[in-house]
Design a protein around this ligand. Structure first.
Ligand code: PLP
Ligand code: ZN
Length: 404
């Protein structure tokens, strides 16, 4: 493993690995739930060590992993397929278009990557209980990985989380506490719980290894494109940690001299959950009031990683945009029928954003190598698309009936 330290993304102070656990002790001191996190920590690897040891033909990603392999839980995550989407790409004027199908993870979403690394850290630290707040996917991911490692997962979710996600976490054996209210309410309660009762808190961006875990999706893109970064990555944004994680992947590769340019990151939010989008546009942060979108995984009033997400967009020369629920559900169907990738509404939001971008003045050039992140499996929430599909009626089992 490569030696690393933590760096505060706000004040640049650095800390030894075991001197801190969550936020920068200085910048995080004024943090309270209900505002975006301050003092989020970043893992900084010794880039010289990575540069010297990295083998582009068979990359060993443990060189960029913040927990030793001996502590990794037994449930493999990641290595999800990168699906070429030629037909959709032709429609959009982007012949080099791929879909990264994160539904292929064990619990069906990209969140497995973050949970994997935080559970590894819990095993290293000898913590037996891991606590999280979640809109649903982080919780089912934590429940799955904790089950594989024999640890206890304690989960606070909004009671409105899609049924399939709730079933997953219960069957994986987690202690599930549905909370009356929103994801932001569940987040606040989970923070109070770990402060008062202990356990390792896996809340997104609050635990720095959630960003490191999500980063692995970006590292894989480099390998799957034959040792090249894409030009553009399009991703849906809730708390802004997947976005931050993808950015970190490319920053790590750049620091080690493996890539030259950072891909442009395009962050897509739901129109009614748009705090990060407005923050990028105006430079002034304010909560999304009453977030309300069918894309439950990106429904958040106060995104934890708002500051980091904005930095990732600016540093990568990217942009953000918003899409409506109708555009999301339309894109979900289009993506499924046009590429074979069925992703939940939050995943489809990214594709909806790309469709919108290509229809406007800022369209990407045909030469761009573009990856759309399909962040979670479509079967996680069938209620949302059911409002728009009609399932054909049953016929008698005869050819006569078929012909009618
Ligand atoms: C969590 C999640 C997102 C958004 O990720 P953030 O890190 O919260 O921005 C998008 N899609 C799916 C399916 C998710 O589970
Ligand atoms: Zn700081």
């Amino acid at each position: 493993m490569t030696p690393f330290h933590y760096r505060c993304t706000d004040c640049d102070r650095t800390f030894e690995r075991d001197a801190v656990r969550y936020l920068c002790p200085v910048c995080g001191a004024s943090y309270h739930p209900g505002m975006p996190l301050t003092g989020v920590l970043e893992v900084v690897f010794d880039a010289e060590v990575v540069r010297r040891s990295f083998n582009a033909v068979s990359p060993d990603w443990n060189l960029l992993c913040a927990v030793e392999p001996e502590f990794h839980p037994p449930l493999p995550v990641g290595n999800t397929p990168l699906v070429p989407a030629k037909r959709l790409g032709t429609e959009l004027g982007l012949p080099a278009l791929w879909i990264k199908n994160e539904g292929g993870n064990p619990s069906g979403s990209l969140k497995d990557r973050a949970s994997f690394l935080v559970v590894a850290e819990a095993l290293r630290l000898g913590e037996t209980q891991i606590v999280t707040a979640s809109t649903g996917n982080a919780a089912s991911a934590l429940a799955a990985v904790a089950a594989s490692a024999g640890l206890e997962a304690l989960i606070f979710v909004p009671e409105t989380a899609p049924k399939a996600k709730l079933v997953q976490m219960v069957l994986y054996g987690a202690r599930v506490v549905p909370v009356q209210g929103t994801y932001d309410d569940a987040f606040r309660l989970s923070m109070e719980y770990t402060e008062a009762r202990g356990g390792l808190n896996r809340n997104t961006a609050y635990h720095p290894l959630t960003i490191e875990g999500k980063k692995t999706a970006g590292l894989e893109l480099w390998a799957q494109l034959g040792g090249q970064a894409p030009d553009v990555v399009v991703v849906s944004v809730g708390d802004g940690v997947i976005l931050g994680g993808l950015h970190k992947a490319f920053v790590d590769l750049q620091r080690a001299g493996i890539i030259e340019r950072l891909p442009r990151l395009i962050g897509v939010q739901a129109e009614r959950s748009d705090a990060i989008h407005r923050y990028v546009q105006t430079g002034i942060y304010s909560d999304a009031l009453n977030p309300n979108t069918r894309a439950d995984s990106i429904s958040v009033s106060c995104p934890s990683n708002a500051h980091g997400a904005r930095r990732a967009i600016l540093e990568s020369d990217g942009l953000t945009l918003t899409v409506t629920d109708d555009e999301i559900l339309e894109a979900q169907a289009r993506l499924a029928a046009g590429s074979g990738v069925f992703t939940e509404p939050a995943g489809a939001a990214a594709y909806a954003g790309l469709v919108k971008l290509q229809a406007g003045a800022n369209r990407l050039p045909a030469s761009a190598k573009v990856v759309v992140m399909a962040t979670g499996h479509g079967l996680k929430d069938i209620e949302a698309p059911l409002s728009r599909v009609s399932i054909p009626r049953a016929i008698a089992p005869t050819l006569e009936a078929f012909d009618r």
